[in-house]
Design a protein around this ligand. Structure first.
Ligand SMILES: [Zn+2]
Length: 456
């Protein structure tokens, strides 16, 4: 038997089954029950969040033959319901706006719309990607929207509502579909795996749900790809191997090295990810995700609902958060976000990734080097300890470069001293960050990392 992709096999059939869009499903049900169905609807939202699914359910509800009139509970068994499910109903016409975007197509639609439906109560036009219509097509559409025949309903779907003419929008009832919460996607993935009788490892589910980026369809097609690997049980390791989604522990490891200001180990942690088959862009994406989690943790608490993490991950992230301050995390996120674009368009993404992560790992050094300032100001001193900076620093980062050689030779620092130094460094850093000369150097570095974006 031919394999049906999961997104089709498990497409919701009733309003109750729709995942993550409850308010919309409820409003449409109420509209039917109270006989206040509008002539035209605009469904806006990113791909794979249920726009077409709800459009079909709504069409079934309006035309179901098992009931006297429109019903909030379509039977899903009558000829009409079955045909709508398959997208083949004679009275529910699905049009892809991307490929039928000319004025001629819309004129034809207008001519056909005049005729009464063949067997159902209503003639329903579902136009997907409606923003792709040409201006003249939009204008032609507007004519019929101004005075639609009583037997016609329109459901427009779009991923880019801002491109839909305001005159069209004002004649539609608009619904904004939200991105689906990863925990809801996770729940659905588990349900489907159970239905399909496929064994899986619990650690697989959350990262997979997160990879879907709020799109149920993307989540299910990722699952399709994993299943097609033919390996059971499905594991988090498989996710890394087949979809290039980095193992969360490896990402935490990398973030920990950055937090420790440990340059050498940061490079090793990058190596570990890349060798595992993870692409540079995905490394950046995972880092942004992780830094974001830490930022949320810092601003709220470990049990925040804004975090989609397993109990174990929450604990680990909580420990990692201690290594950063909020300002640093915000800086890291914005820098990584810019890096993402640069890496994507670079011929040497690996080097760029490493340079930027070193920049983050060594930010304290960058900000603490007195000599750098005196050099910039034309001073003779040049105590920029390059070797010092890139050597794994067992004594906790910034402190080391600041200490004189006598102490340096002792190899043993008391913890009190370390904290004291760190505090001094923080003060110094505050002063230095405001130094225009240092600002210039840092800006130049950041411009190098993000330069391509600015040329865009
Ligand atoms: Zn029916």
């Amino acid at each position: 038997m031919a394999y049906t992709v999961l997104a089709r096999k498990y497409r919701s059939q009733r309003f109750e089954e729709v995942v993550g869009q409850d308010p919309i499903a409820q409003t449409l049900k109420n509209a039917i029950k109270s006989d206040r169905v509008a002539h035209a609807y605009l469904f806006a939202g990113t791909r794979g969040v249920g726009k077409t699914t709800i459009a079909r359910i709504f069409a079934k509800a309006l035309n179901c033959q098992s009931s006297e009139g429109p019903t909030a509970e379509p039977c899903c068994k009558c000829d009409s319901c079955v045909a709508v499910n398959l997208g083949e109903d004679i009275d529910v016409i699905e049009i892809d706006g991307a490929s039928n975007n000319g004025v001629e197509e819309v004129r034809k639609l207008r001519e056909n719309a005049i005729y009464r439906p063949a067997r159902s109560r209503l003639k329903i036009y579902i136009i997907d990607e409606v923003h792709m219509l040409s201006t003249s097509a939009f204008n032609a559409l507007l004519k019929i929207l101004e005075e639609p025949p009583n037997h016609v309903k329109f459901i427009f779907a779009t991923t880019e509502p801002n491109k839909v003419l305001a005159t069209i929008q004002s004649r539609c009832q608009r619904f904004d579909f939200v991105n689906i919460n990863p925990s809801l996607i996770a729940k659905q993935l588990k349900f489907i795996l159970k239905q399909e009788k496929i064994k899986y490892e619990e650690e697989l589910i959350l990262p997979l749900a997160k990879m879907a980026n709020g799109s149920m369809r993307d989540g299910l097609s990722l699952l399709d790809r994993l299943i097609s690997a033919g390996v059971e049980p499905l594991t988090a390791g498989l996710l890394e191997e087949f979809l290039g989604c980095p193992n969360s522990e490896k990402v935490y490891n990398l973030v920990e090295r950055i937090g420790d200001n440990d340059a050498g180990e940061t490079l090793s942690a990058i190596e570990e990810l890349i060798v595992g088959g993870v692409g540079e862009v995905q490394v950046v994406d995972s880092l942004v995700d992780c830094m974001r989690d830490l930022m949320v943790l810092k601003s709220t608490s470990t049990d925040s609902e804004l975090l989609v993490l397993t109990a174990e991950q929450r604990k680990r992230a909580g420990e990692l958060a201690e290594k950063f301050d909020i300002a640093g995390l915000i800086y890291n996120i914005t820098t990584l976000e810019k890096l993402r674009w640069t890496v994507k368009n670079s011929d040497t993404p690996r080097a760029l990734l490493e340079a930027c992560l070193l920049r983050l790992a060594l930010s304290e050094h960058f900000l603490n080097v007195d000599g750098l300032i005196s050099q910039l100001k034309g001073g003779q001193e040049s105590p920029i300890k390059k070797n010092e900076a890139v050597k794994p620093d067992v004594n906790g980062g910034a402190a080391r470069g600041q200490l004189d050689s006598e102490e340096n030779g002792e190899h043993a620092f008391s913890r009190v001293k370390d904290i004291e130094t760190k505090r001094n460094n923080n003060q110094k850093r505050r002063d230095i960050v405001n130094d225009p000369a240092v600002k210039m150097v840092l800006m130049e570095f950041d411009a190098t990392i993000t330069g391509i974006e600015e040329e865009k």
